[in-house]
Design a protein around this ligand. Structure first.
Ligand SMILES: [Zn+2]
Length: 424
């Protein structure tokens, strides 16, 4: 499925193993601040380049000796090539319909991260690339100016990976190499999404263009969701679940299946006509408010009220234009409709105000007429794991009963609560 080595491929960079022992030692020997200062390259080039202090990789004995190596900071133009590779990686899905709702990262954030590190090129590096949070360097085993076209995507991903660690370090998130599972949780998840999950959607969109059936599209959609689930069950993410809000804020990474299905259902995927229409039909069948006949049972109105309904039941019914009614069955009276409910992009809003005009009525009739009430109902449709549409929401109901009818002690009642409904 992936067009370049995935999470288990040979190019996956690993920086934790390389420096773990060194940093663990350094932290024991002195304050981490002192380590940071000592390891930072001076204005005339890195300490390693001057040969005064071996760089951490050499200190670990994993590389050839310092005497035979000279690792210079890369010329400024190398950063421009590196940035080009990162941007190429970030933009790889730009022509896909789902790109309207997803991002592998913010170009501005990754540019800032690249500008904030020292970039080195070392063809003898045994890893493809490493980020050293102490020396604040990204070292590449390859020259970003000389990357074959067939390797541009994987090289870009490698640099993106290391810069992701730089962003984490800037946020104080890094364990400073003592907890590999923690440090790799974001990179592992995002790599899995980029390399395994999103390619499934590119196939889904192609199939839609070839007029695949709802069921065929649903199969790919389920596979995509399964891939996301698998991404959350990697060794790193199973132990330390990732936070989508944090990934959006720090890296600009957003891949939310609900947002993607809304793009497909909206008919605004930006794909060719055939695919756009097919996706719209298929995903609307799953999200369409016209299909959203839902019923639910909410909290009972407090029993202090004399007429004491035994619960209430809502039925949602919508027209093609997204406007609709919320039918409210209650008590023994029957039902009345609540007009002006709207359902737009999966969000239901309804406000209803009925003012009492109380006359000579008695009994049930009085209960109905001699009260003034106001309802506010909101709900958001989401897709549950099993593919069903579930609407979760809140309501408030304020009711003013007329003491002349109901007797003293009856005044304003306020009910509020949450509700949930699934499409029938
Ligand atoms: Zn890593």
């Amino acid at each position: 499925m992936s067009r370049h080595p995935g999470p288990s491929g040979p190019v996956r960079p690993r920086w934790t193993t390389l420096f773990g022992a060194l940093i663990a030692t350094a932290v024991i020997l002195g304050s981490s601040a002192a380590v940071m200062t000592a390891a930072k390259p001076g204005p005339g080039g890195s300490a390693a380049a001057r040969g005064a202090v071996p760089p951490p990789v050499q200190a670990l004995g994993e590389q050839v000796s310092a005497a035979t190596r000279l690792v210079e900071p890369a010329a400024p133009s190398k950063k421009a090539y590196a940035l080009g590779l990162v941007n190429n990686f970030l933009k790889q899905y730009d022509k896909a319909g789902f790109a309207k709702a997803t991002a592998l990262g913010s170009a501005a954030k990754y540019k800032a991260a690249l500008n904030a590190v020292t970039l080195k090129i070392d063809s003898r590096l045994k890893k493809v690339a490493v980020f050293d949070p102490v020396a604040n360097t990204v070292t590449l085993s390859f020259d970003p100016a000389k990357v074959k076209k067939s390797e541009r995507l994987s090289r870009g991903e490698t640099i993106w990976h290391e810069l992701t660690h730089k962003i984490e370090a800037t946020q104080g998130d890094s364990s400073v190499l003592v907890n590999k599972l923690w440090d790799e949780r974001n990179t592992e998840y995002m790599t899995h999404v980029a390399d395994v999950a999103l390619p499934i959607l590119t196939i889904l969109e192609k199939k839609a263009g070839a007029k695949a059936t709802d069921q065929e599209l649903l199969d790919y959609w389920n596979r995509f969701n399964d891939a996301l689930t698998a991404g959350a069950a990697l060794p790193e993410t199973a132990k330390y679940p990732t936070d989508p809000d944090l990934q959006a804020k720090w890296f600009g990474f957003t891949v939310d299946p609900r947002a993607i299905s809304r793009v497909y259902a909206s008919g605004k995927s930006g794909l060719g006509a055939a695919a756009t229409i097919r996706l719209r039909e298929a995903f609307r069948a799953r999200l369409d408010p016209r299909m959203l006949n839902a019923s639910w049972t909410g909290t009972r109105i407090p029993e202090a009220l004399d007429y004491r309904p035994q619960g209430f039941n809502f039925v949602l019914a919508f027209e093609a234009d997204g406007k609709g009614t919320l039918t409210f069955d209650w008590w023994a009276v029957g039902s009345y409709g609540m007009p002006a409910a709207t359902y737009i992009d999966g969000v239901l809003t309804m406000h209803y105000y009925r003012e009492s005009v109380c006359g000579e009525q008695t009994g049930e009739e009085a209960a109905w007429i001699c009260t003034t009430d106001e309802w506010t109902v909101t709900g958001t449709a989401v897709e549950a794991d099993n593919g069903r549409i579930v609407m979760n929401g809140q309501f408030t109901h304020e009711l003013w009963s007329n003491p002349a009818v109901f007797g003293p002690g009856h005044g304003t009642e306020i009910d509020s609560g949450t509700w949930s409904a699934s499409r029938n």
